[in-house]
Design a protein around this ligand. Structure first.
Ligand SMILES: NC(=O)c1ccc[n+]([C@@H]2O[C@H](COP(=O)([O-])OP(=O)(O)OC[C@H]3O[C@@H](n4cnc5c(N)ncnc54)[C@H](O)[C@@H]3O)[C@@H](O)[C@H]2O)c1
Length: 260
């Protein structure tokens, strides 16, 4: 059985802790957090060995989950890979493409698994999309919600849009031929909202809007393809499919109604 450890025990690290704790395939050995108060709180409910320095795990684990803040991912993941540990790292893998490429190069050379936790890929509704979508021509994605200062140092593209980019690139198997992007900083030093239009070859367009400065949470994706309109709600994991819809007009004595 794989001996595992978790580095970073904040919001996401605790999800990983609960799941690892229940998994038969994972033999959780050790937990790590840089903050002693966090470790004290966790040790009240779990009896795993704890450390404040992730390097102390190396002798005891085969694989680690990294759920520390994004700015530390590169340094932690690199050290773990160089020590021969398989790594599951929270998204976004790093803050820039060069660092991500370097990590995958090390993993490949050392024959290690390096996997990014794109958890939205495993949302039940997203999994079902594979069975429904067929050559879409218009994708409209909206992932907005209220402000969370926790991620103010990650641009909204790395924080949230990365999920939509991942899902859309898996759905549209075509080359990108054009891209337009706009965004603004409202409360953070990095963009708080962004709107991106991706033009794929063969007249397929994806419009993605993400925001962490919108007072109402809304996480949806609409897909138009020949013969169907698909509407997915990430929060409820519902999918609605509209087929054979016709726009028509009905005339009454005093009113005119539109029917769809
Ligand atoms: N997959 C998703 O849908 C999803 C959702 C939210 C966040 N995330 C990602 O998860 C990561 C963590 O986010 P979070 O909300 O749990 O953050 P958090 O701030 O709640 O937790 C981070 C924890 O890491 C600890 N830490 C900091 N530096 C460390 C180090 N060098 N060694 C060990 N521990 C260290 C902190 O003390 C803290 O307890 C981020 O990269 C974020 O982008 C992913």
């Amino acid at each position: 059985m794989v001996k595992t450890g978790i580095i970073g025990l904040g919001k996401m690290g605790r999800y990983h802790l609960n799941l690892n704790d229940e998994m038969n395939e994972s033999n959780l050995q050790m937990l790590c957090d840089a903050d002693s108060a966090t470790m004290d709180a966790i040790s009240k409910n779990y009896s795993y060995e704890m450390t404040g320095d992730f390097k102390e795990m190396f002798k005891k684990v085969d694989a680690v989950t990294v759920a520390a803040p994004t700015k530390h991912h590169f340094e932690i993941v690199k050290e773990c890979l160089l020590e021969g540990k398989h790594v599951l790292v929270e998204k976004p893998i790093t803050t820039n493409i060069e660092q991500a490429t370097e990590l995958f190069d090390i993993a490949e050379k050392k024959n290690l698994v390096l996997h990014i936790c794109h958890v939205e890929r495993f949302n039940g509704a997203v999994q079902e999309l594979d069975n429904i979508t067929d050559d879409p021509y218009l994708i409209e994605s909206r992932r907005v919600g209220p402000y969370n200062p926790n991620f103010k140092n990650d641009s909204i593209v790395l924080d949230l849009m990365i999920h939509d980019i991942d899902i859309i690139l898996n759905m549209v198997n075509k080359n990108i031929v054009g891209l337009q992007a706009n965004g603004s900083c409202i409360y953070s030093p990095t963009p708080d909202f962004a709107s991106v239009a991706i033009q794929f070859e063969d007249n397929c367009v994806a419009n993605i809007l993400v925001s962490r400065v919108t007072q109402k949470k809304d996480r949806t994706m609409s897909i138009s393809q020949r013969g169907a309109f698909i509407y997915l709600d990430y929060t409820t994991q519902d999918i609605n499919i509209y087929r054979e819809a016709k726009e028509g007009k009905e005339f009454g004595l005093k009113e005119m109604k539109y029917k769809n």
